[in-house]
Design a protein around this ligand. Structure first.
Ligand code: BGC
Length: 444
């Protein structure tokens, strides 16, 4: 019987990912909390206790599950509004708790990757203008320095800012992220991206000054944009425009040290070559149709994940990795996953995306690791609890947890460091023609 296996390199880093506001619960000092209370989340959901990760034991218990899957790394974020609940007031208790969490991870053999800014701002910072004000650069640098002083010896990998362009879009274009008490919109938003470059640059150097060997980068969301009609030059033109401004500009800024139009102009201090790895967050393909602003224009027959979030388009991940090789740095897949409460699509999604990662590795592309989004179902921003990304199913009402079949599959992949024929057979047999096209099943 065919027993083909796709093996990964021995040092390939298998991991999972979460971020503070998704899982901690009761983050009352950030801008999401009042926004949720005011009813802006789908179905009136709120983060509430989330996954109760501000309780150290609960967080470590979930991380024990991650360990049992055979993972060796976990990406998480620290919450600025806990660490600096008021301007210039740093909460030692919060820093100690993060320290205990990171120590617990090391004791379990999990290497932390820590994000400093993942979509949330302290309320006091919003009142001071956050990314619309030059002030944030100094504040972000100081916050970073504090965090690094307190935790740096435990953190080999850092992400300064999560998905700057998604943040810009959700806040200023779609306006589904907390709206500050001042105008938002395209013009303001473009300037905020400029400040994010500045913040990234100061944070990069603040970390490196204390820990030169630390690996620092950005987790950049790279959707795979495709023209809705590849034969329509206008669709192709608009797709190329989006690729350039959404996917490429941020990266070119970090490479050249210069702000890219329309997000500003001129050299940004410390920005040039300010990244040690490329963090790739990849979820789906999106179609671009000339004259339409949105990208959720899938062909009618497309099978979409919960809430119409996206499709299972693994080739896009390969294309993005190929694109990222131009930066000549290690590549980490810092997020990849699918909202799928019933776990009907996730096993196939996992196998087929990891097959693309394997292929990239075989091409000698420097993909060093993969962090699945997410370890556990959590509070999904403006979509609340309607979208479940977890390998672990979690009921926010009861806090009960259960590993999904896809979680078991991911465990087999991580523990054996491979994708096998038998896994496809047991978890997603309909994917056989894609994964093992020459298999017996097809010949039958
Ligand atoms: C974000 C996560 C989010 C995930 C799924 C990414 O854009 O970094 O915070 O939960 O997508 O929507």
């Amino acid at each position: 019987m065919t027993q083909a296996t796709f093996n990964f390199p021995a040092d390939f880093l298998w991991g999972t990912a979460t971020a503070a506001h998704h899982v901690e619960g009761h983050n009352q000092n950030n801008d999401w909390w009042p926004w949720e209370q005011a009813g802006h989340i789908l179905k009136g959901h709120t983060s509430g206790a989330a996954c109760n990760w501000w309780d150290l034991e609960t967080a470590l218990r979930d991380l024990d599950t991650a360990v049992s899957l055979g993972t060796k790394a976990h990406r998480l974020s620290v919450e600025w509004s806990r660490i600096e609940p008021e301007p210039s007031v740093f909460d030692q208790h919060a820093l100690d708790q993060y320290r205990a969490l990171l120590e617990g991870m090391h004791q379990r053999g999990l290497e932390p990757m820590v994000t400093l800014h993942h979509f949330t701002n302290p309320q006091w910072l919003v009142a001071k203008g956050d990314f619309s004000s030059e002030l944030i650069v100094e504040y972000f640098e100081r916050y970073t320095r504090k965090v690094v002083e307190a935790l740096g010896d435990l953190v080999p990998k850092w992400v300064t800012i999560n998905e700057p362009l998604v943040y810009f879009t959700m806040r200023h274009v779609d306006k589904v992220f907390p709206q500050p008490d001042r105008p938002t919109g395209l013009r303001v938003g473009l300037g905020e991206v400029y400040r994010m470059w500045q913040c990234h640059a100061v944070a990069y150097h603040a970390i490196k000054a204390q820990y030169p060997q630390a690996q620092v980068g950005v987790a950049k969301n790279f959707p795979y944009f495709a023209p809705r009609n590849p034969r329509n030059p206008l669709d192709v033109w608009q797709r190329n425009l989006l690729w350039r401004y959404f996917n490429d500009s941020w990266m070119q800024g970090m490479v050249t040290g210069r702000a890219q139009w329309p997000f500003g102009r001129g050299t940004i201090k410390g920005l040039k070559d300010s990244f040690d790895f490329v963090g790739v967050n990849y979820y789906s393909r999106y179609f671009v149709q000339f004259g339409k602003l949105g990208t959720a224009v899938w062909p009618p027959e497309t099978r979409l994940s919960d809430g119409g979030y996206g499709e299972n388009y693994p080739d896009g991940l390969f294309e993005i990795i190929k694109y990222a090789t131009q930066f000549k740095k290690p590549i980490y897949i810092t997020e990849n996953g699918i909202p799928d409460q019933a776990d009907k699509m996730r096993p196939a999604y996992l196998l087929r995306h990891l097959r693309q990662v394997w292929q990239a590795v075989c091409f000698n592309f420097p993909v060093m690791g993969y962090y699945h989004w997410s370890l556990i179902d959590n509070f999904e921003w403006d979509r609340g609890w309607t979208q479940r990304f977890g390998l672990i199913e979690m009921d926010p009402e009861t806090q009960a947890r259960q590993l999904r079949p896809s979680g078991q599959l991911y465990g087999e992949i991580c523990r054996t460091n491979s994708l096998s024929y038998s896994m496809v057979e047991r978890y997603a047999i309909d994917q056989m023609p894609h994964l093992f096209p020459d298999s017996k099943l097809q010949r039958r």
